[in-house]
Design a protein around this ligand. Structure first.
Ligand code: NIG
Ligand code: FE
Length: 427
């Protein structure tokens, strides 16, 4: 590290929740003295009186404020936090943000007693969003997704994963992935795209799920390869079975794409363990996950992504086994699952509140779930997710006294600044 050159930006006056691992020592950029996270608080890796140097969008040093060399003021830009909390930019690692229409009518049906499965089996559910998405132009899809994206960004989200899955044919799945990629061109956000061709059986293949899986494996995955980094599948009694899901993942691996899975949401199918054995980056939902599944996930480094919005909106009773995940050391990520059916959610902070109030997670685990572990669920942990030297300077600044306040109140957004690669964002 060359400390002679002035950094582009120095962030001072923040309380910093680094979210780095307990063993991390922060090497001071100038005196070389390590700053241990035990300075204040282990769980959040809190640091006070420490400044951050950012060069070319990357964190180049962390230093005690009294040790910062005085640079020629014109050479550096300074950001004064005035006591605000600085966290890594939030990561929403599981969304279905691009879709046409909405499903408020189905929500009303559910309120008067119909179940999610019943609606799906009678041609509604995912398939009604497929009709609306196929009918929408790329511009219409972009505009509605951009509108939703703004809400997430206002709460400090700097990286988002977006799945396709409401096209269910080659042309429309690619259309959704293109729209998702375009969002990154127009907003200060990083977008990771995932092909979810195996989300539901489209009307053209009714009664022929195997035929549709062949289309996904032989046409969709090869054609989507340059538009996505992962492939996901919905393995469930109302969607694809274990064997069909395995075929999709074999084709994904062959195409060099990462694997993610919607698993054990409504029933136990064994998909989380199977996907983990195929080196899935994450298994998501997991209400019906078993203890032995947890061991397999731990063994393969598969992240458990919990989605409290879908749990809440579907009025689920069975909670994901948070204790078993903890005991087995499986990293837990938290995401919105933003989608028109089971989770019409545009607040990651609310998901942090629900992870605590519904799943008995701690606020520190919730914040780790949308920073450090959210990054792992996208295999981006070398680049983002913590405030450490070498990571991208994606930050969110908050007007709170303690990190727990991020999730403590509902409907309150204390975000006072979002920085993408060191630059303050406006959108
Ligand atoms: O993650 N579980 C499957 N897919 C979505 C729901 C999609 C929908 O209902 O439109 C989910 O919950
Ligand atoms: Fe989902």
């Amino acid at each position: 590290m060359n400390t002679d050159l002035p950094p582009e930006t120095i962030f001072s006056g923040f309380k910093i929740a680094t979210m780095a691992n307990a063993s991390t020592a922060f090497v001071c950029g100038f005196s070389g003295k390590p700053i241990y996270r035990s300075v204040i608080d282990g769980e959040y890796g809190l640091l006070e009186n420490v400044s951050i140097g950012v060069r070319n969008g990357t964190i180049s040093w962390l230093a005690l404020e009294e040790e910062i060399p005085t640079h020629e003021p014109s050479l550096v830009q300074r950001v004064d936090g005035q006591g605000a909390l600085l966290t890594p930019g939030l990561i929403d690692c599981h969304t279905h943000l691009v879709y046409g229409g909405n499903r408020a009518v189905e929500w009303e049906m559910r309120l008067s007693g119909k179940t999610y499965e019943e609606i799906a089996l009678s041609g509604g559910g995912i398939l009604s969003s497929v009709r609306a998405t196929r009918a929408a132009s790329e511009q219409e899809l972009f505009d509605s997704a951009a509108n939703r994206l703004r809400y997430l960004m206002m709460e400090g989200v700097t990286t988002i994963e977006i799945k396709s899955g409401y096209g269910l044919d080659v042309e429309n799945e690619l259309k959704i992935l293109r729209v998702a990629r375009q969002l990154e061109q127009h907003f200060p956000i990083s977008v990771e795209t995932t092909l979810l061709g195996a989300h539901a059986i489209p009307p053209e293949f009714k009664g022929n799920a195997d035929g549709y899986v062949r289309l996904v494996c032989e046409s969709m995955i090869p054609q989507a390869r340059d538009l996505c980094s992962s492939v996901d599948a919905f393995c469930e009694s109302i969607a694809f079975d274990l064997e069909q899901t395995r075929h999709v993942f074999e084709a994904s691996a062959k195409a060099g794409l990462q694997i993610k899975v919607h698993a054990e949401q409504l029933t136990h199918t064994g998909a989380a363990a199977m996907a983990a054995e195929m080196d899935a980056v994450s298994a998501d939902h997991l209400e019906f996950l078993s203890e032995s599944d947890c061991e397999i996930m731990r063994h393969h480094g598969t992240v458990a992504t919990l989605l409290p919005g879908a749990f809440y909106c579907l009025k689920e009773k069975q909670k994901p086994p948070v204790n078993a995940l903890r005991k087995n050391g499986v990293p837990i990520a938290i995401a919105t699952d933003s989608n028109p059916g089971s989770s019409p959610v545009l607040s990651l902070l609310l998901m942090g509140n629900m992870a605590c109030n519904l799943f008995e997670m701690t606020p520190a685990e919730s914040l780790a779930g949308m920073t450090r572990n959210g990054a792992m669920a996208l295999r981006l942990q070398q680049e983002i997710g913590t405030i450490e030297i070498g990571k991208r300077a994606d930050f969110a600044a908050w007007n709170v006294n303690s990190p727990a306040e991020l999730f403590y109140s509902i409907g309150h957004n204390p975000c006072v600044g979002v920085f993408k690669a060191g630059k303050e964002t406006r959108f």
